[in-house]
Design a protein around this ligand. Structure first.
Ligand SMILES: Nc1ncnc2c1ncn2[C@@H]1O[C@H](COP(=O)(O)OP(=O)(O)OP(=O)(O)O)[C@@H](O)[C@H]1O
Ligand SMILES: [Mg+2]
Length: 379
């Protein structure tokens, strides 16, 4: 029998290969298996009959599969182990089961360890690797952070463009609007004097629309003027007390109950008070608009475990945000509402960035929680 290089060298000087046991080839395979198990990329190896020959720790973690249950089983036996609530399960199954010539890649959204990840899966057939065994290798990489950074860059570019357009156009739009509003008010007054109620109603509608345009222009300007904020220690409880009546009056109109849940004392944060109110009002408004029928809007104030931040959780019992839209809601102009501008959340995010805080979103079919993280103060 012809000995391999490894067997020969191991046999001649055992001491220089302390990891090799009596059967060096087996030990070598064990070593490789151990290396694969520590590598930070998910690896799955299928043989030509689509039986799992290896699945490393990272792949089992990403795909939420128990290695000992799936090893040496056929792919079709494993498929029932996948959680069927995964949004792109069918896509994953068809990718894993389809034949591979050379190399192919796909990207899936996959819920694991309590969060939605983006996984990049590369399939390589073993002939591509000039390997004597027939089969397919799958490499699984978690590219969630990379995609979110790319999205952030794209979003910043869009914001910068909107900013430039807004700064240039705002005055040009506002000036004629001001004279239009003035003249319409005069005409409205005259119509009232001569009792033309119907026509006066039209003027009121026109004035309302002008106010809407004005409001939109102000929002544009807000996106375009970073750095115009004044941060100082702010009493968060007081801020909430001041905006609560506004939220409640809006909620009553929609038959929604508002609950305030204070879980910490003396919540002093660093923020711009007026902008903070705007952030909280915007998010509460979204919550109220999301709840179709009577429901509950909870405003919870808590201190984060590491005590770096105070957090305001705005929890609604609405239908949640569909998974495929979660990445889009912070994009300027993304809206699913007939009368929405899609600027609410991007403005909130911009403000929070400037304050040094952050916004996090958790959603399911039972509702959405938007968490506003505010840097605390030692005062
Ligand atoms: N709490 C929520 N529940 C469900 N969907 C939400 C929630 N908050 C935001 N969304 C989704 O995100 C989209 C964007 O929200 P955003 O506040 O930026 O704009 P908008 O509410 O549509 O319009 P605007 O705030 O300008 O009136 C909404 O249209 C909605 O589809
Ligand atoms: Mg909104």
């Amino acid at each position: 029998m012809v000995k391999t290089d490894l067997e020969l060298s191991a046999g001649s000087s055992q001491h220089s290969y302390p990891f090799l046991s009596l059967n060096p080839v087996t030990s070598y395979i064990q070593l490789v298996t151990r290396l694969i198990s520590h590598i930070q990329v998910g690896i799955v190896l299928l043989d030509e009959r689509k039986r799992v020959i290896e699945i490393n720790r990272v792949a089992s973690q990403y795909l939420d599969l128990d290695r000992s249950r799936v090893l040496f089983r056929y792919l079709e036996q494993i498929i029932p182990y996948f959680n069927d609530e995964q949004p792109e399960l069918d896509h994953l199954i068809s990718f894993l089961t389809s034949s591979v010539q050379g190399q192919k890649q796909t990207e899936i959204r996959w819920n694991s360890e309590g969060k939605m990840n983006r996984l990049l899966i590369t399939a390589i057939s073993t002939d591509q690797l000039e390997c004597s065994h027939q089969g397919t290798y799958f490499f699984i990489e978690n590219i969630t952070k990379m995609r979110s950074l790319e999205e952030q860059v794209r979003c910043n570019q869009r914001l910068a463009t909107i900013g430039q357009i807004a700064a240039g156009a705002a005055h040009e739009i506002r000036n004629p609007l001001t004279s239009l509003r003035g003249f319409l008010q005069v005409i409205g007054g005259r119509l009232k004097e001569i009792g033309q109620k119907k026509e006066q109603g039209y003027i009121d509608i026109m004035l309302k629309e002008i106010n809407r345009i004005n409001h939109l222009v102000s929002e544009f300007l807000q996106l375009s003027k970073p750095g115009q904020i004044q941060v100082k220690p702010v009493n968060l409880d007081q801020v909430i007390d001041e905006i609560l009546p506004i939220i409640q009056s809006e909620a009553i109109l929609h038959n929604i109950h508002v609950v305030l849940d204070r879980r910490c004392k003396l919540s002093k944060v660093i923020a711009d008070e007026e902008l903070l109110k705007q952030v909280l009002l915007n998010i509460c408004k979204n919550g109220i608009e999301a709840i179709d029928e009577s429901g509950l809007l909870t405003i919870r104030i808590r201190q984060e475990q590491r005590r770096e931040y105070f957090v305001v959780d705005i929890i609604d019992t609405g239908p949640g945000i569909p998974n495929e839209l979660c990445d889009k809601v912070f994009e300027p102009f993304f809206t699913t509402k007939e009368k929405g501008t899609g600027l609410g959340l991007p403005i909130c995010q911009q403000i929070m960035k400037e304050i040094g805080g952050k916004i996090r979103l958790k959603t399911s079919s039972k509702g959405t929680t938007v968490s506003v993280y505010l840097p605390g103060t030692m005062l």
